[in-house]
Design a binder for this molecule. Structure first.
Ligand code: NAP
Length: 319
C-alpha cells in the first residue's frame, strides 16, 4: 500500500510535470524538504535590482528619481522606507526623501506632495502608508499624477489597470506575477484562487492573473467564502492575502499547486504569513518562504515601476 505522503508526491509529479520541466531550466532552484520549489523573493529581488542597474547603465545613466514621503515616527514604516531607498540606490536611481512630523497638518502634507508632483526631476512618488490618525490618505493619493504613482494605489492607476492602459500596477500583486514568471509557473488555462479582496492586493491580483497573456482563471475568495479549503483545493495557484496567520494548511492545497504567501501577521511567535509553511511545503509544487518571498518582491516592483515612470515621463524612450 502506498503511504499518503508518497501518493501525494507522485500526484505532484504527474500533475505538475510541465511546470517541473520549465523550472528545470532555471539554475540553482532550491527545494523545500518536502520537494517543493522554493520561490525565493530575496534572490529574485536582487536579480531584478541588478537588471535595473544594468538597464540604467546601458541607457547612459539618466537621472531616475524616486521620492519617498514619510510622516511620523512609526518604526516599521521607517524601516520599510529605508529599505526602499537603499534598494533604489542599488538599482542606480536617485532617492529624494521628505520626512514630516506626525502632527503635520493635512494642508502641509498636501503642499509637500504637490511640490513633488510638479517637480520634473522627480519621477516616482511613494507616500508611506498608513498615515498617522487624523490625516486623510485618499486626499493625498488623489494628488499623485498617474505617471508618478509608483505604488499604483490611486483610482486613476486602478482605472488604467482595468482598462489595460499604460500605468503602474500595485507592487505586491505585481511581485507575485514576477515570481510566477521567473519560476516558470504555468498560468494559461490554470485555475487560481486569491484569498482577500483589498484594492491593495486581492483585487488587482485577480485582474493580473485573469488578463490576456497570463490567462489564468481566477476566483476571488474572502471572509464570506463558504468552505474556503474546498475552493482552494481546486486551484493550481493560491495567493493568500488575508492577514490571518496560518490560514492555509496542507488540506487547502492540491498536490503540485503553487502557493504564494502575501499575508503578514505580528503574533506572539513573531511575524507569520497566511500559509502554514511546514505542512504546505510537503504538498505544494512551489511555495514562497515567509519572510523572504513576496515582501522583497514588493520593493523590487516599486523600482520596476519607478523605471517605467521615468520612461513614461520621457527620460528615455525604450521599454
Ligand atoms: P485587508 O485590506 O485587511 O484585506 C484582507 C482581506 O482578507 C479581506 O478581503 C478579507 O475579506 C479577507 N479575509 C479576512 N479573513 C479571511 C478569512 N478567514 N478567510 C478568507 N478571507 C479572509 O488586507 P490587505 O491590505 O489586502 O493585506 C493582506 C495581508 O497582506 C496583510 O497581512 C498585509 O499585512 C499583507 N501585505 C503584505 C505585503 C507584502 O509585501 N508581502 C504587502 C501588502 C500587504 P473581507 O473583504 O470579506 O473582509
Amino acid at each position: 500500500m502506498v503511504k499518503p505522503l508518497r501518493l501525494r508526491q507522485l500526484l505532484r509529479l504527474v500533475w505538475f510535470r510541465d511546470y517541473l520541466l520549465g523550472v528545470s531550466e532555471i539554475l540553482d532552484v532550491e527545494h523545500t524538504p518536502g520537494g517543493a520549489v522554493l520561490m525565493d523573493g530575496n534572490r529574485l529581488r536582487d536579480a531584478l535590482v541588478a537588471e535595473l542597474n544594468g538597464r540604467i547603465t546601458e541607457l547612459g545613466n539618466p537621472a531616475v528619481c524616486l521620492a519617498t514621503v514619510l510622516v511620523g515616527d512609526d518604526k516599521p514604516s521607517q524601516i520599510y522606507v529605508r529599505n526602499k531607498r537603499r534598494k533604489a540606490e542599488e538599482a542606480g536611481m536617485q532617492s529624494r526623501h521628505v520626512e514630516l512630523p506626525g502632527d503635520v497638518s493635512q494642508q502641509e502634507l498636501e503642499a509637500a506632495v504637490l511640490g513633488l508632483a510638479s517637480d520634473p526631476t522627480v519621477h516616482g512618488i511613494l507616500v508611506q502608508l498608513p498615515l498617522p490618525d487624523g490625516l486623510d490618505a485618499e486626499r493625498v493619493l488623489d494628488l499623485l499624477p498617474p505617471e508618478k504613482d509608483v505604488d499604483g494605489l490611486t483610482e486613476r492607476s486602478m482605472g488604467r489597470l482595468v482598462r489595460g492602459r499604460d500605468g503602474h500596477v500595485p507592487c505586491t500583486p505585481l511581485g507575485v506575477m514576477r515570481l510566477l514568471e521567473r519560476y516558470q509557473i504555468a498560468t494559461a488555462g490554470r485555475s487560481a484562487v486569491v484569498i482577500g479582496r483589498s484594492t491593495l492586493v486581492g483585487l488587482p491580483q485577480v485582474l493580473l492573473l485573469g488578463r490576456k497573456g497570463c490567462d489564468a482563471t481566477p476566483t476571488l475568495a474572502h471572509s464570506r467564502t463558504a468552505d474556503l479549503a474546498a475552493v482552494c483545493r481546486e486551484a493550481d495557484i493560491i495567493v493568500a492575502a488575508a492577514g490571518i496567520a496560518g490560514l492555509v494548511t496542507a488540506d487547502f492545497v492540491k498536490p503540485g499547486a503553487a502557493v504564494l504567501d502575501v499575508g503578514i501577521s505580528r503574533t506572539a511567535d513573531g511575524i507569520q504569513g497566511d500559509v502554514d509553511f511546514d505542512s504546505v511545503q510537503a504538498v505544494a509544487g512551489a511555495i514562497t518562504p515567509m519572510p523572504g518571498g513576496t515582501g522583497p518582491m514588493t520593493i523590487a516592483c516599486l523600482l520596476e515601476n519607478t523605471f517605467h515612470a521615468a520612461r513614461m515621463q520621457g527620460v528615455f524612450s525604450v521599454a
